[in-house]
Design a binder for this molecule. Structure first.
Ligand SMILES: *[C@@H]1O[C@H](CO)[C@@H](O)[C@H](O)[C@H]1NC(C)=O
Ligand SMILES: *[C@@H]1O[C@H](CO)[C@@H](O)[C@H](O)[C@H]1NC(C)=O
Ligand SMILES: *[C@@H]1O[C@H](CO)[C@@H](O)[C@H](O)[C@H]1NC(C)=O
Ligand SMILES: *[C@@H]1O[C@H](CO)[C@@H](O)[C@H](O)[C@H]1NC(C)=O
Ligand SMILES: *[C@@H]1O[C@H](CO)[C@@H](O)[C@H](O)[C@H]1NC(C)=O
Length: 354
């Protein structure tokens, strides 16, 4: 075959650009410059360690599979915020708000707090947890600080709109508030109007987050709350899958209403992309035990008993304690959620943000 240098040279250039691009993908920049996290024990990475609360996980066997041991994460290892940060290409996990430095604020911080809810009183039976309203008010301080660090409000806004925001609340408004009926606020409600109350407040809170500059928001609905081992122990597994049917109906009602709020916010708020993340898993891989916690748990709150030895086959358990998923389960749901978040990190967004 005759050698055609004029064709070969451009191909070489393209090939070398491509391999440079590949190397960059491997080497470094995360897909977005910053990642902020709002939520409950599903994402808390130690904010509660410094609060007067029994909602804590800063002791073994929590963290048994985490480098360096317990941190306050309600898991044997990493939580979903960690998994998502890794998948987004961040070099380190998003640091907790409680001990964040100026540099941390630029890349995003984690405000999550075990026991927290949409309503301010949710979780307060466990002590001084950080409600979503307080997390938002902490974020307001972060926005102010970023304006100082980045050279003005406009620069801060330009930065904040590129960030991804994880928001997942609501679990505890049911598990620690509505179902146990601790507070007078939930007493006069039925599942429909309690859920409407939550959703109305949540919608306002999400608008506030938007006013603080958020444009790319990944929303996480409640888990399948009636299948949480602690709930089955408390109320009895009544439906065909051995879960608490009434609780599952209510959490699914919340998720349906949340989807409607999300589409409403996307229609009304200019430039906003709120995503209802998909965490429907079709295969659990090596997880064969979908019902029993791995650690020895307290019957009162389902937490691991401090200092006890957990199961060895942790990669086979969906539940770590009687409330929270194991790292193995989180790796599976985290990957599915990450894929469903792809509209928040596609490269075409780079053009829009300028
Ligand atoms: C982390 O922050 C808390 C309060 O927010 C403080 O009490 C604690 O000493 C800090 N720890 C470190 C290692 O800075
Ligand atoms: C919720 O709905 C129930 C049934 O319709 C009603 O009795 C109750 O007063 C409502 N509660 C509130 C706070 O609106
Ligand atoms: C959610 O992800 C699963 C894969 O785990 C997929 O089968 C399903 O179609 C997705 N659902 C939606 C609504 O995207
Ligand atoms: C399942 O376990 C095998 C053997 O330990 C491992 O090689 C594989 O990666 C695991 N699969 C998943 C999906 O975690
Ligand atoms: C799940 O784990 C528990 C506790 O380790 C054990 O008693 C139970 O037999 C396991 N169930 C299955 C289906 O593996």
């Amino acid at each position: 075959m005759k050698y055609h240098p004029e064709i070969f040279v451009p191909i070489l250039i393209i090939l070398s650009l491509f391999s440079q691009w590949e190397q960059q993908q491997v080497l470094a920049e995360p897909q977005v410059p910053c990642f902020f996290i709002f939520g409950d024990s599903i994402v808390d990475n130690g904010n509660n360690n410094f609060r007067q609360t029994t909602s804590r996980a800063d002791f073994l066997p929590y963290g048994i599979d985490f480098p360096g041991g317990p941190t306050g994460r309600f898991s044997n290892g990493r939580n979903i915020a960690d998994i998502l940060a890794e998948l987004l290409g961040f070099e380190k996990h998003i640091p907790r708000y409680a001990n964040a430095t100026n540099e941390d604020f630029v890349g995003g911080v984690n405000y999550g707090s075990g026991g927290a809810g949409i309503l301010d009183e949710t979780g307060t039976t466990l002590g001084d947890v950080i409600s979503f309203n307080e997390q938002l008010s902490n974020h307001k301080g972060t926005v102010r600080r970023l304006a100082e660090l980045l050279g003005g409000r406009l620069a801060a806004r330009r930065h904040l709109r590129k960030c991804i925001y994880y928001v997942g609340l609501g679990n505890n408004d049911y598990l620690l508030n509505y179902f146990p009926k601790f507070y007078s606020s939930s007493a006069p409600y039925n599942p429909q109007n309690f859920t409407s109350l939550l959703i109305a407040q949540y919608s306002n809170q999400l608008r506030k987050l938007y006013r603080y500059g958020a444009r790319k928001v990944a929303m996480f609905g409640t888990g399948v709350l009636g299948c949480v081992p602690l709930q089955i122990t408390k109320y009895g597994g009544t439906d065909s899958s051995g879960c608490v049917g009434t609780i599952n109906e209510v959490s699914s009602l919340f998720n349906q209403k949340l989807k409607r709020v999300i589409s409403d916010l996307n229609n009304r708020l200019v430039d906003a992309t709120f995503i209802y993340t998909n965490d429907t898993v079709t295969s659990y891989g090596n997880i064969t035990n979908l019902t029993d916690p791995c650690c020895n748990v307290l019957t009162s709150d389902g937490a691991c008993i401090a200092g006890t030895v957990p199961c060895n086959n942790r990669e086979e358990h969906f539940f770590w304690d009687a409330v929270h998923p194991s790292e193995a389960a989180t790796m599976i749901t985290g990957k599915v959620a990450y894929i469903s978040m792809s509209p928040l990190y596609s490269t075409t967004d780079l053009i829009q943000t300028w």
